[in-house]
Design a protein around this ligand. Sequence first.
Ligand code: BJW
Length: 268
Amino acid sequence: MPHDDAQGTAIEEVARRVARAKCVAVVTGAGVSAESGVATFRDAGPEQGDALWSRYDPMQLATIDAFNADPELVTRWYHWRFSRCAHVKPNPGHVALAELQRVVESRGGEFVLLTQNIDGLHQAGGSTGVVELHGTILTWRCVKTGEHVSIHDIPFDVFPPRSRAGGLLRPNVVWFGEVLPEDAVERAQDAASRCDVFLTIGTSGVVYPAASFVQFAGDRGAFTAEVNKDPTPLSHMVDVSIMGRSGEVMPRVVERVRGIGGLDAGHT
Ligand code: BJW
């Protein structure tokens, strides 16, 4: 399929900025995992789940109030989401971001990947040092003792599952009204304040503080760009907005960064 000129020009501009950057920061959201078959939060569509769970609104279940009111329902939902995550694979968007990290780092640059996703697919795709802003589904914790338990060590023979201490186990994720892990926020703010390029990819940009980092970076002089299937509140805030799927756009960005590297090596 031919790519339209405007998208090609935008990709070229992003690649040129990335190729010259000393520090690149990226924040990703559910859209990056959509092409792996993981449901997003705010899109409607047939890939959004199976018949059993499609009548539930994820935004109602991913809350502490829902967990307190019905821990069986919420833990069953997370167990179902994990069973889906366990069978999906990183898509070309994840792989391209891992590849971009390797290219930037091999040229002596710094690459910081911040993700709102809890599915572990960036790591499975080869990214390292991933900052998980909203936690991970792969670890659960006891609400009584705070003990962390690998999801692989939970039998899920009863719902809600309980820890050895008898407390309820919940996924180690961040729900609305809960604070993000302190070290993750510090790393995000540090990266946003120092980076030359900040990319926001596959996120609706409506959940804070994750949505604020791109503006924070732009205000400090970074070049900012968005890659998203649909327009978002961030689209008019960034220097370049590319409407497209991350699994299609990001491999093209990486390909161009490689090409520009050959031409511009040594430039800053
Ligand atoms: C594609 C694609 C493809 C599809 N390629 N693109 C400042 C202002 C206003 C409110 C607040 C504020 N600061 C804090 C708040 C409160 C609140 C908040 O943000 N509220 C707003 C919604 C109004 N934030 C919080 O409560 C946060 N905590 C906090 O700030 O603590 C301090 C505090 C405490 C108390 C009071 C005040 C402050 C915590 C937020 C936690 C979010 N948790 C969740 C659930 C995690 C666990 C789980 O996964 O189950 O995180 S909610 C959900 O939204 C999940 C996601 O990570 C997050 C973001 O969603 P995301 O990733 O953007 O997905 P979608 O579905 O929204 O968008 C996907 C996009 O991809 C779409 O645009 C598609 O078009 C696109 N797409 N396919 C490219 N192939």
